[in-house]
Design a protein around this ligand. Structure first.
Ligand code: GDG
Length: 474
């Protein structure tokens, strides 16, 4: 088969750009903010790299184009495919299943068919774009079948896969009617990366039990002699970039302005999440509401700012959640608020990165309480912005970030009383105590940034490891 020209190819559900209309009516592409593109842009530029992904508009074909030194290759999706492959199988089947079924996953055969069809389209596109022997990096749960589909077309490629969300325990994964197909899809990769060692172990165990391949620690031995390595690569952020932004005079001024407009309370608590049922918004707001209503925190002294970025708004569970949170915030403010004193400021909107940095700077207590989260970058961004070594982080044990940020005030988000006492401890901590904790967390985040993450993964993927086993398996 004829090959393409790119020596490094990233495949992700979305291209790293959004289409915007300029004031003069021209349409332009703007790089969408995010750590992944920040980390991969330099690698792409120096390797003649290409990025394959959907451009964000259904029922529309867009030609490949260059943007910021990257070659971008759009993959078209029809409106039905957006519903069935993306909103359906990816976000109403896999997403809840992989997050400990905190919402019930839905299983529909036509969603699965669309998932297979779209994964094949991505694989076929990659097969035409990649140069002989190229390195291909497939991203996330929407594209788990791509590694094997691509390997069948192009056995010469070095293929990596990274899962950004948790990989569930075997008991939950077994529910999936297409469990074997997903495992076999992933096994087309030479390296399968996860956020946590436990997720890699879940995967290896499932491959052994369900597919019947031999495994030894993090290595899987396929009958054709190929090996697949399953390992943890905890993702991070552009830590220096966030710190630099937080140090700008504009952000410092804006942080002061935010405090002022909230009435200069003693304590500002902050939550920033996509509006998602995995993020534990309900539990955290209830805990805060009870602290106020019981009088442990005075309504004049504290404000909880919750930013909930609109997300997956056409998926049923997200519609329900939105109404639920609206009601809960209304109830808390109605029950314990006073004129001019709303204990919860709720913002259902998304903001520029600069505003996020100002919010992080303004917040005394950052509250990150997911019921399950692959990593959680918000926790790391908060830490990166606190170059003053102040502020406190309340962090769920069930976020991947908890295993790195050990000095956070760690909580079980299902335990409302436990969460209340940790929030109270964070609110009342001395600057000395906060300084000690924040210093330790900053060391971790600033030293392990997204560039290191990408380098570690790509180094392993391109290492001289014998992918085709010569020696007999152990
Ligand atoms: C998945 C996994 C894993 C949010 N609101 C705004 C905004 N954001 C940015 C944050 C942060 C990102 O979005 C959210 O990342 P998280 O890690 O917190 O969560 P998911 O979106 O669920 O991400 C997660 C991640 O993938 C990476 O592997 O950590 O576990 O679920 O960067 O800052 N950014 C801007 N405006 C907003 O309103 N500009």
């Amino acid at each position: 088969m004829a090959t393409g020209t790119a020596d490094f190819v990233v495949i992700a559900n979305r291209l790293p750009v959004d289409r915007v209309t300029a004031p003069n009516g021209d349409t332009l592409w703007r790089t969408s903010p995010g750590g992944l593109v920040t980390a991969l842009e330099p690698v792409m530029k120096s390797n003649g790299g290409a990025w394959i992904g959907w451009h964000g508009a259904a029922d529309e074909k867009v030609k490949p184009f260059d943007h910021n030194g990257m070659h971008l290759v759009p993959v078209p999706l029809s409106n039905d495919e957006v519903e069935e492959y993306y909103e359906g199988f990816s976000n109403a089947t896999l997403w809840p299943l992989y997050h400990d079924v905190v919402a019930p996953p839905e299983f529909h055969r036509e969603w699965w068919d669309a998932y297979v069809r779209v994964n094949r389209r991505f694989a076929e596109k990659a097969a035409t774009v990649a140069n002989e022997g190229a390195v291909v990096w497939v991203q996330d749960y929407q594209l788990q079948l791509v590694p094997t589909m691509l390997r069948e077309l192009r056995p010469d490629l070095r293929i990596g896969f990274f899962l950004h969300i948790p990989f569930p325990p075997t008991e939950l994964f077994q529910q999936l009617p297409w469990r074997r197909e997903i495992l076999e899809g992933l096994l087309g990769a030479d390296l399968v990366g996860f956020q946590m060692p436990g997720a890699a172990q879940n995967f290896v165990r499932l491959v052994r039990q369900r597919v019947g391949h031999k495994t030894h620690r993090d290595m899987i031995y396929l009958p054709d002699g190929r090996t697949v390595l399953a390992k943890a690569y905890p993702i991070s952020i552009d830590a220096a970039g966030f710190e630099e932004l937080a140090r700008t005079p504009e952000v410092i001024a804006r942080a002061a302005e935010i405090r002022e407009s909230l009435g200069n309370p003693r304590t500002i608590l902050l939550g920033i999440d996509r509006l998602d049922y995995t993020k534990g918004l309900r539990q955290r707001l209830r805990a805060f509401g009870e602290l106020i209503s019981e009088g442990s925190v005075h309504v004049d002294d504290a404000v909880f700012v919750q930013v909930a970025t609109p997300s997956r708004e056409r998926v049923q569970q997200y519609k329900l959640l939105r109404d639920d949170i609206n009601r809960l915030v209304g109830r808390i403010n109605g029950d314990v608020g006073r004129i001019g004193q709303q204990p919860v400021t709720y913002l259902h909107a998304s903001y520029p990165r600069q505003e996020m940095a100002a919010l992080y700077r303004a917040a005394d207590v950052m509250v990150v309480t997911p019921l399950r989260d692959g990593m959680n970058l918000v926790a790391k961004e908060y830490v990166a912005c606190r170059y003053d070594d102040q502020g406190a982080l309340v962090l769920s044990e069930f976020a991947g970030a908890a295993s790195e940020l050990k000095s956070a005030y760690q909580v079980n988000p299902h335990d409302i009383n436990g969460m209340k006492s940790m929030m109270l401890a964070a609110i009342n901590a001395s600057p000395r105590e906060n300084g000690r904790r924040m210093k330790a967390m900053r060391k971790q985040v600033m030293e392990n940034d997204i560039e290191l993450w990408a380098n570690n993964f790509l180094e392993e993927l391109t290492s001289d490891r014998e992918l085709h086993e010569k020696n007999p398996r152990p």
